[in-house]
Design a protein around this ligand. Structure first.
Ligand code: IPE
Ligand code: IPE
Ligand code: MG
Length: 251
């Protein structure tokens, strides 16, 4: 992690500790552009992106944010050149193994969401081990979306529910928002209050389609590897200026 100015180690005084998002989601975009701007191969951007993610996770912890969900690999990202896909899979595995001890010290509880059975087997084992080992940790809840697609998640929830109905375990009338959410990968995780997307693109790219229904969306032109505490501070300033009405009106 890069050294941050000490004044950002604690919650900046202009932020209201009582109005922080409980759950933050981030679409970590722009690694390739970051590398290209420097004349590096794209994969260098992914490497730097890991440092940015570590920095954000630590910042969330320091500033009292309970959960972070990061989009690491989408179901659509398989369409990239195989060298890049292979690099990413190996990177995920190495980083997991390398960071596990520190996650234990920092009490991070890590979980992965997505269609994990389609990942390389060695990565699946590293994921299973990291999830099991950190399951009882009491610190920040860190969720990594890997081979994740929002549409695919919704379809698999529908299938599971249809099977329960078919077996007579539940009736169609029992299918409601709460039950549906319990069949998503994110069951028992709160919905994100704030979604951050780096690199300027104003789209969801199939991320948490159900869960983001009422998230505040913040898009910055900063490329993911450059997203530091100061950039996160700006995102939170913007978030705290929002008026979250949830369809109601002020009286
Ligand atoms: C995001 O950065 C990382 C992944 C999708 C794995 P990109 O690799 O999409 O970077 P750009 O968008 O090409 O700059
Ligand atoms: C979204 O970024 C996926 C991740 C950050 C893992 P992409 O770069 O894949 O999204 P598009 O292609 O710009 O929509
Ligand atoms: Mg991209």
């Amino acid at each position: 992690m890069t050294t941050q100015p000490s004044l950002l180690q604690q919650l900046p005084p202009d932020l209201d500790a009582n109005r922080l998002p409980k759950q933050v989601a981030v679409i970590m975009d722009g690694n390739g552009r970051w590398a290209r701007q420097r004349g590096f191969p794209r994969v260098m951007g992914h490497r730097k992106g890991v440092d940015a993610l570590k920095g954000l996770l630590r910042c969330c912890r320091d500033w009292g944010i309970g959960g972070l969900t990061a989009y690491a690999f989408s179901t659509e990202n398989w369409g990239r050149p195989s060298e890049e896909v292979d690099f990413l899979m190996t990177l995920f595995e190495r980083v997991l193994q390398r960071e596990l001890a520190e996650m234990m010290t920092e009490q991070v509880r890590i979980r992965f969401v997505g269609n994990l059975i389609a990942l390389p087997e060695s990565l699946q084992s590293a994921i299973a081990q990291a999830m099991a080992q950190t399951a009882d940790n009491t610190g920040i809840e860190f969720t990594v979306a890997t081979n994740y697609g929002g549409r695919q998640e919704i379809i698999s929830a529908c299938r599971a529910i249809a099977q329960e109905v078919q077996k007579g375990e539940i009736t169609p009338e029992q299918v409601n928002e709460e039950l549906f959410a319990q069949h998503l990968y994110t069951a028992d995780l709160p919905d994100p209050d704030l979604l951050i997307r780096t690199s300027g693109e104003m789209r969801l790219s199939n991320f948490l389609l159900w869960q983001l229904a009422y998230a505040e969306i913040y898009v910055t032109d900063t490329l993911w590897p450059d997203f530091d505490r100061a950039a996160f501070h700006q995102a939170l300033q913007s978030y705290q200026q929002r008026d979250r009405r949830f369809g109601k009106i002020h009286q």
